[in-house]
Structure formats: C-alpha cells, structure tokens
Design a protein around this ligand. Structure first.
Ligand code: SF4
Length: 499
C-alpha cells in the first residue's frame, strides 16, 4: 500500500484513515470509547476516529484527577465550521474538568505561511471570539498568543536543545532552504504542547486533524527525552547522596512490584546501587553491566544497547548524551527503550514526584492526541479555507450560510424516483456530514433519523437541504450574536491583538 503522507503544512487530504493505524500507530478511537465518561457526540459518531494514548486522559476524567486539553489555531483565515470541531473538543474537555488552553499559533502563521502581522492580528481576534462564543470559559482556561507567552518561548528554547536539524528534516521534510524561523516555530509548537504540564505533569490531550500527527510524534519524543534527563539527573546525584539513592531504589522497588515484567530493569538498578555500596568492588561499573547482561540473558531477553550504556557510564550526564546519541541513531532500539521507560501515568508521576522534590526540572508525561476526520467540502472534495464555496465561515452572513447549504453537492440519486427506490448515499453526502458533525448537535436520534430516512429512500435531497440550510442559518445567527456579546468584553481579557 502507498504510504500516507502527513504534512502539517501541505495538502490536508488523507483519504484512507485506516492506513494511519498501521503506518503511524494511531489507535482506533472505538477501542477507548467505553472508557470515556459520557463521550462527546463527535466521539460517539466516529468523527473522532483515532487517538494516541488517550487512556490516561479518560482515566483522569473518570477519577476527577487533573488533566489538560490544548489546541492551537493558526490564524491564516476566518475560522470555519471545520475548525468548530476542534473548538468543541477543547470546550468539552474543559466542561469535564480539564485545564483548557486555546492558543493562537501566530509565529507559525508568520513563519510557515508568511502572513503579515496585521492579517494575523485580525484573524487571531476572530478565532478567539468564536472559541468564546462556543462556550470556552476564559476564567477557568487560558488563551494566549505564542509570541507573547514568555514561558512558552523559554520552554521552546530548552526543547530546541533536545532536537536537531536532521531530525526536523526527517519529520517535516525540511531542506537547506528552510528558514530558521520555521524551525523555531516548530520548537515553539512543541513548547505549546507541553506547556500545560509546566507546573506539574498531567495527562494532556491535543485534539488535531491527522495531518498534525508529525507534531505529536515529535512532542512525545521530546517529552520522553526531558523525562530521561530527570531520571538521569537523579542517578547522577546518587553518587553523592545516599539518601537520594535510597529514594530511587524505593521508587524502583515500587515499580517492580507493580510491573513484574519490569523486574529486570529494577534488578539492574538494585544491582547498580548494591555495587556502588560495596567498597570491595574494584570495578563496579563493569560488574554491574556484566551482571545485568547475565540477568537479561538468563531471563531470555536480549540486552538493549542503550540500557547497557546507561549502566556503563554510571548514568552521568555524559551517559545521558551517549544514550540520546544511541537513541537517535537507532530508531528501533529507541522505541524499545521508550517502551521500557513508558511507565504508567501513576508510576511516572510517582517517579517524577520523587525526583522533582530535590531537583526541579521537567517530568513531562507523553502528551496524548485525538484525531478527527476532515469535513468534506460543500462542493465535494476537501473543505478549504481558500475556497469560500467549499466551507461555511463562522463569520458568513447567516443568509449566505443558508445559500451555501442549498447549493451543496449531495449524495442523492439522479431522480426522485431513483432516490425513493435505492435510497441516497448519506455516507458520501456533505449535507449529511453537516447534520452529523454540527446541525444535529448532541441529538443522536435526529442524526440517525436523517441517515436512515436517507438511505431508505424516505428523504429527498431538496427537503433535506432546506432543513439543513435553515438549521445552519439559525446556528450562524446564534453564534454571531454570542460573538458580538464577547466582542464587547474582549478587552477585559488579557490577550494582545496588536502585534
Ligand atoms: Fe444527502 Fe439528505 Fe440527499 Fe441524503 S437526502 S443524499 S443526506 S442531501
């Protein structure tokens, strides 16, 4: 099968979502759905079709524990009904107790899309107004612009020290012509994704379209690298402080109890500590490595190189560098290693907490993501910001919204007679999508009714579109009224719209 190209700045058409599961390890949302309390209609209807590691978020929601949701909007045009999906996802997580973040990716718009600052200011304002009008609570959540968030900038700088050009080249297809600001906008985006965890590690979900997955993969890698750093830092300090050694030994013991399959790593750590304490051991590092390798072999496991190196070098900063080098050079080994280190949230938190007490620094959990389908354009093909007839802008005059729905392509048959006989093709109909993604709201019965009446031939396109057009007009009227209300209060929010 052809590879699906995922390019966050290129074509956004992904015609075969299934391929994503196999190719990039995106999991089917259906599998995690039963764990989500009172799931959003976009989840129930399969519009949100995939996820990476959403379980910790669902678990936090169920247990009333801290979690966060964040999404960024590139202010390159007017917000339209496709963007509304993401707004809704953020707001829904906020309503369920999550810390919610909406950010304006102005640096990215400027660097990757070359928009002027004046254009960006105007679009930024429009995005924020729609997000607020749809129900985002700015008191409980946070809205910010990348360019004016100092903490994000600082974090981006630090993350930049953990990424290099070849890596960005491989992930984003950058080449010698790629400008430095574009690269900077990437690390800024990584910082955005990890920003909700700056104060404390917590499960964080980033709702995105599948084309944004490269960002997620890099962010998850970087989060893991920052975590290694913490653990390594802690190890380095054992050499001088026996109390801290004991803390980590305990942490490892706790881990080993909960995860028998992790016992080997715990045994390594224990052996390491034991040798360190043994004054007669002339070459503690060699002994540690040898015995660890022996233990691994006895258990029928191949020793992993990074793990061995980790022990070899006494887990000093130097070892950390070597580890990262080994990791970068060997993707496969890296993944195995990440697996080995990808602890459950509870364990990672516990470890992070223990380490954090004395060392500060970061204890990021790998951020999670959920993926939604792209809406089909009203004229068929893909919905595009640059083709006005293909989408309905949240700023469109309600009567214009009405007209666009009336003019939309349908999945209907050539004649009414044929439609009654064979039924319409709701699955290929942009108008049905409008119902399922937006117009039916939370009312599953209504969405199902439209679908069934269509495929059973009881619904004809003329009337169906008229109904959809009226609902769209009413939605836009209501939305724009709320926007106007927020417009008056916008100055009270501390967001800078004049760059
Ligand atoms: Fe689409 Fe409605 Fe026609 Fe069915 S009846 S094909 S849902 S417009």
């Amino acid at each position: 099968a052809d590879d699906v190209a995922l390019d966050p700045w290129g074509s956004a058409t992904v015609d075969d979502y299934r391929k994503l599961f196999a190719q990039f390890g995106i999991e089917e949302f259906e599998e995690v759905l039963p764990e989500v309390p009172d799931p959003h209609y976009l989840m129930r209807r399969g519009v949100i079709f995939g996820h990476r590691d959403y379980r910790p978020v669902a678990e936090a929601m169920r247990n009333d524990e801290p979690f966060a949701a964040l999404s960024g909007f590139m202010p390159t045009g007017d917000p339209h009904i496709g963007h509304k999906l993401v707004f809704d996802e953020i707001i829904w997580h906020q309503e369920r107790g999550g810390d919610a973040y909406g950010l304006i990716a102005d640096l990215e718009a400027h660097a990757a899309r070359e928009l002027s600052w004046d254009e960006i200011d105007e679009h930024a304002r429009n995005y924020v107004l729609s997000l607020l009008a749809l129900g985002f609570d700015p008191e409980a959540g946070e809205l910010y612009r990348q360019s004016s968030n100092r903490e994000v900038q600082d974090l981006g700088f630090e993350l930049g020290a953990k990424a290099n050009f070849s890596e960005l080249q491989a992930i984003y297809d950058f080449d010698g012509e790629t400008d430095v600001s574009h690269m900077q906008s990437v690390v800024t985006q990584m910082a955005d994704i990890l920003y909700p965890q700056l104060e404390e590690p917590k499960p964080t979900v980033i709702p995105v379209g599948p084309d944004q997955d490269p960002h997620m993969r890099l962010a998850r890698d970087l989060a893991a690298r920052m975590r290694y750093f913490k653990v390594t830092e802690a190890f380095a300090s054992f050499e001088v402080d026996p109390d801290e050694r004991a803390i980590i030994a305990e942490a490892y013991d706790a881990l080993s109890e909960r995860h028998p399959e992790e016992t080997i790593r715990c045994a390594d750590a224990a052996r390491y500590l034991e040798n360190e304490r043994d004054p007669d051991a002339t070459d503690p590092n060699a002994t540690t490595t040898d015995s660890a390798i022996m233990m691994l072999k006895e258990a029928g496991k191949e020793p992993l190189r990074p793990r061995t190196r980790f022990l070899d070098r006494n887990a000093t900063d130097e070892a950390f560098d070597a580890l990262i080098e080994a990791i970068d050079g060997e993707k496969r080994v890296y993944e195995a290693h990440v697996d080995a280190f990808d602890l459950s949230r509870e364990d990672a938190e516990e470890l992070a907490r223990q380490v954090e007490i004395d060392h500060g620094g970061y204890g990021f959990l790998a951020p999670s993501s959920i993926y939604h389908r792209f809406m089909t354009g009203l004229t068929g093909g893909k919905m595009s910001s640059s083709v006005p007839a293909s989408h309905i802008s949240l700023l469109d005059d309600p009567s214009e919204g009405y007209d666009k729905v009336k003019a939309a392509t349908t999945g209907g048959r050539e004649t009414a007679e044929e439609q009654r006989e064979l039924g319409g093709k709701a699955d290929e109909c942009p108008v049905y999508e409008l119902y399922a993604y937006l117009l039916a709201g939370d009312d599953d019965e209504f969405a199902t009714e439209v679908y069934e009446e269509c495929v059973n031939g009881e619904r004809l396109c003329g009337g169906c579109k008229e109904q959809a057009a009226e609902l769209m007009e009413a939605f836009l009227e209501d939305h724009q009224e709320k926007r106007a209300e927020w417009e008056e209060k916008l100055d009270e929010l501390d967001i800078d719209f004049d760059s």
